[in-house]
Design a protein around this ligand. Structure first.
Ligand code: B12
Ligand code: SF4
Length: 496
């Protein structure tokens, strides 16, 4: 194999073998034109799973995380073309689709191309009509471990695979694999998938600021809720069944990561790990029996309505099990907006849950969105007031509340998107024009730069409040959050 100078950027690459597949995580921006401001990004676990499964089946795979390495698009294209793998795989997410399409257009036509990810599921017909995607051999909708491995064995198998689409070059017709083909392909058994092989991730495990080695992992797939803005919602994913890994499988991976990498901090990135009281109880009984809380800490996602109904004993079990931070979708401080989002949460429930968790020493990260459809000035005020209230409420508690705030942007395939388009007021092509927003350009400063990973906007006003005012409020919340974290850090270091 000729060795391309950048080949070391491909995680899991074995230079002694010709690559069957290079999976490319498209960068969030073209780093030929933008500086990369954020220093850290979460690993591409989905691609890691695809690579692990294929490698276990004897295939030579590598993952090029162009976001983690902050690569310009042209360099990604040159690197892949230079290596000449049999296949390239792209993960399509709506805000990065344009860059993925540019990569696809630049690839040598003798490399087969496959693509998947959330945008593939939301807009398959549009993707297959995009000239830049004309070499696409297979567009794979949904969880793809088993189908990717089948395609690598022989691309003609696509005819038998459910949820695989392509365009016939001669006639331009859209074709699809057999929808009745083995349904296990659409929702792989999460207990039979191999543990994710960390060779395929660029920077995971990694050393966190507190000195611990941390790793990200997936404990469950699918979400039973139907929040109108979310790409993971049940109505956007009719092919997905909710699957929580067996407690022994999760514990096995924690021990494996500890034994092999000395990891003692874990981050579950699932849509919703702590999604039911029964599930939480099973998980926590398992963590207690293995005394996980004695040697590890972990972060997870939860739901306010579920936690609101939990008895004290279950919350205490979370503490004993090592829960460090719980991420919760607060979204808005307005009961009317929350009802419209189908969130099944009231701000009073949020206050109670945040207080009960922080009283026990569990930190809370709350996601909120500004600029939601139909949002009035009063609704927006309610959101910023709620955030401040939660800061002050937890200032003197052992656990801390921090906010992660975003400007709302709609994603295709969600109910919110359909509702906006059906209103006749928004052109779907306009809604797809995601652009990076540098909040510092609105007169803001350094603390905001580190978040540009999530600084996307379509620049459209969806409620009563103009976009510039939304950004001003967003910048003010983020700056205050940043200073609060700095102050907490100073207090800790001066007392230690
Ligand atoms: C963790 C996470 C991240 C991490 C890691 C991202 C990554 N590239 O994997 C970080 C924080 C970096 C991130 C950033 C972003 N994310 Co994100 N993220 C998630 C989250 C919560 C979990 C993803 C995950 O690991 N799932 C578990 C694995 C096993 O599933 P998976 O990633 O979907 O992969 C499976 C399939 O999609 C498929 N597949 C994936 N890639 C490929 C490639 C090929 C070739 C094929 C055939 C199949 C295939 O097979 C995989 C294995 O079964 C999801 C929510 C969700 N339910 O997915 C949002 C989600 C995917 N993110 C989303 C978005 C938009 C983004 C951002 C653009 C920023 C933003 N939030 O606006 C950036 C872009 C990131 C990038 N290019 O790297 C949206 C996507 C919506 C859409 N229509 O595009 C989601 C659905 C959340 C939402 N807002 O609704 N994200
Ligand atoms: S926002 Fe959270 S709870 Fe709601 S559908 Fe998405 S993953 Fe599920």
């Amino acid at each position: 194999m000729p060795l391309t100078p950048d080949a070391g950027l491909i995680s899991g690459y074995d230079p002694s073998r010709r690559l069957d597949l290079v999976l490319v995580n498209t960068p969030i921006r073209d780093y030929a034109q933008h500086a990369r401001n954020h220093g850290f990004t979460l690993p591409v676990l989905g691609m890691g799973y695809l690579a692990t499964y294929a490698a276990v089946h004897g295939l030579a795979v590598g993952v090029l995380d162009a976001e983690a390495h902050a690569l310009p698009v042209a360099r990604v294209v040159d690197l892949v073309n230079g290596l000449r793998p049999r296949w390239v795989g792209l993960n399509l997410l709506s805000p990065t689709y344009e860059l993925s399409a540019r990569i696809a257009a630049g690839l040598s036509p003798d490399i087969r191309l496959m693509a998947g990810g959330h945008h593939a599921k939301a807009m398959p017909a549009e993707i297959l009509q995009d000239q830049r995607m004309r070499h696409l051999t297979a567009l794979v909708l949904g969880e793809a471990e088993t189908r990717v491995t089948e395609l690598l064995a022989d691309h003609q198998r696509r005819r038998r695979l459910p949820g695989v689409l392509w365009r016939e070059p001669a006639t331009g017709r859209l074709l699809a694999g057999d929808p009745s083909g083995a349904p296990h392909h659409l929702a792989p058994d999460v207990n039979r998938l191999p543990y994710l092989d960390r060779r395929f991730l660029a920077f995971d495990p990694y050393r966190a600021a507190d000195g611990r080695l941390e790793a990200n992992l997936v404990g469950a797939r699918g979400c039973p809720y139907d929040c109108s803005f979310c790409g993971a919602a049940v109505s956007s994913n009719p092919d997905v069944t909710v699957r929580i890994r067996h407690i022994n499988s999760i514990l096995g991976e924690l021990h494996h990561l500890y034994r092999n990498h000395q990891v003692t901090a874990f981050r579950f990135v699932d849509d919703l790990l702590l999604g039911s009281r029964r599930g939480m109880t099973t998980l926590m009984e398992g963590f207690r029996s293995e005394r996980v809380g004695d040697w590890a800490v972990w972060d997870a996602t939860g739901r306010i309505n579920v936690l609101y109904r939990c008895r004290d004993r279950l919350l205490d079990l979370l503490v004993a099990g090592g829960l460090r931070e719980l991420a919760l979708g607060i979204e808005s401080g307005s009961p009317r907006v929350l009802a419209r989002l189908d969130k099944r949460v009231h701000p009073d429930m949020t206050r109670t849950v945040v207080r009960r968790l922080c009283e026990r020493g569990i930190n809370v990260k709350g996601y909120v969105m500004l600029g939601l459809p139909t949002e009035t000035v009063a609704d927006l005020d309610a959101t910023t007031r709620l955030v401040r209230e939660l800061w002050y409420l937890t200032d003197r508690l052992p656990g801390r509340f921090r906010v992660s705030a975003f400007e709302f942007r709609p994603y295709p395939g969600t109910r919110e998107w359909d509702r906006l388009v059906a209103s006749g007021r928004f052109d779907p092509r306009r809604l797809c024009r995601y652009a990076a927003v540098d909040l510092p350009d609105c007169g803001e400063d350094e603390p905001l730069r580190s978040r540009d990973e999530f600084g996307f906007s379509v620049g459209v006003q969806f409620g009563d409040v103009p976009v510039n005012e939304i950004r001003r409020r967003l910048a003010s919340l983020l700056r205050e959050q940043h200073h609060r974290q700095d102050a907490a850090f100073d207090a800790r270091t001066s007392s230690s």
